[in-house]
Design a protein around this ligand. Structure first.
Ligand code: NAP
Length: 295
């Protein structure tokens, strides 16, 4: 059996098209376009690529992008000062500070300084707590994108057994909360989990967010399961360029699963699409409007 390949690129583009249409409506009714401020500290090439594509997607959706690129010598106080200014700027609906930050800056302090209503990454403890309490919040983009793909694939998730491998604040924990809110029975696995393959083998949904190339093997997968691979790992190739692989051994798992996301082209494009969605939602809430329907 060959699993269905879940097309995150197509799903992400559909969301971005929907957001663009709703941005036009928002702009007509309020007289201004939603704005997203990105903050990049330092010159990490991967972070620079991510931030550039976020700024491009913002403009393509008809929103305003405010790009702040700071040197890697920026102090914590300087960055906190900029975040405070962005909090107060009425043109800015969303603030995204690209992680990781240089060693002299405490990322937790920066995240806690972002106004929760503008926290489009959904990392502020207020948003994390509201998500855990089942209250409206801004939800971290990557797990939100994973949930969207799962619901598109499976419809109602009620009663399904799910495992999330990885317990980071950015992916694993919010993913588990989202699945719990959908009435799944959720296991959170991590580096201290005993007999991980047996834990994974009993579940209908597997979300792998570990950061270890092809760790989840085909014989860990329950036949007919749906597999979401969050991992992005570069492995060496003979030509020296390297190749991106996920946390799941795709070819093996595709023999057993019912559906699986590829890397690249699975979860990655959903992350940016959900950032656009969160910025639009933040703009609606700040303008005192109801959340846009259908997103
Ligand atoms: P992270 O903060 O490094 O967390 C990794 C998690 O995996 C930790 O909870 C760790 O457990 C667990 N882990 C490590 N080794 C393990 C093992 N041998 N068995 C079981 N669990 C293990 O990483 P992250 O930020 O969540 O990201 C995870 C992956 O997703 C990375 O490859 C990252 O590049 C990718 N990612 C992709 C996107 C996207 O847009 N597609 C977005 C974000 C992240 P402990 O807690 O016990 O240490």
């Amino acid at each position: 059996m060959a699993a269905r390949r879940i097309d995150g690129k197509a799903a992400g583009q559909a969301i971005r098209d929907q957001v663009a249409a709703l941005v036009a409506e928002f702009t007509r009714s309020t007289g201004r376009a939603p704005g997203l401020a990105t903050v990049l500290v330092g010159e990490d090439p991967a972070s620079a690529v991510y931030v550039r594509s976020k700024n491009r997607a913002t403009a393509e959706a008809g929103m305003v992008s405010f790009a702040h690129n700071l040197p890697d010598t920026t102090s914590e106080d300087e960055l906190l000062h900029l975040v405070t200014e962005l909090n107060a700027d009425p043109k800015v609906d969303g603030i995204l500070v690209q992680l990781p930050l240089p060693a002299q800056i405490d990322a937790t302090r920066v995240i806690e300084t972002i106004e929760p209503g503008k926290d489009v990454d959904g990392f502020h403890p207020m948003n994390a707590g509201r998500l855990a309490s089942g209250l409206p919040s801004l939800v971290p983009c990557t797990p939100f994108g994973c949930l969207y793909l799962l619901k598109q694939e499976l419809g109602d998730l009620t009663g399904l057994e799910a495992v999330v491998v990885g317990r980071s604040n950015i992916v694993g924990k919010p993913m588990a909360q989202l699945l719990l809110n959908e009435n799944c029975t959720v296991t959170i696995a991590h580096s201290r989990t005993r007999d991980l393959s047996a834990v994974v083998r009993r579940t209908d949904i597997v979300v792998a967010a570990v950061g270890r190339a092809e760790m989840v093997r085909g014989d860990w997968i329950k036949p007919g399961a749906t597999v979401i691979d969050v991992g992005i790992n570069r492995v060496p190739t003979d030509d020296g360029k390297g190749r991106l692989v996920g946390d799941v051994a795709y070819d093996e798992a595709a023999e057993v699963a019912a559906a699986i996301t590829p890397v690249p082209g699975g979860v990655g494009p959903m992350t940016i699409a959900m950032l656009m969605r969160n910025t639009l939602v933040a703009a609606h809430r700040r303008a005192g409007l109801a959340d846009p329907e259908g997103l």
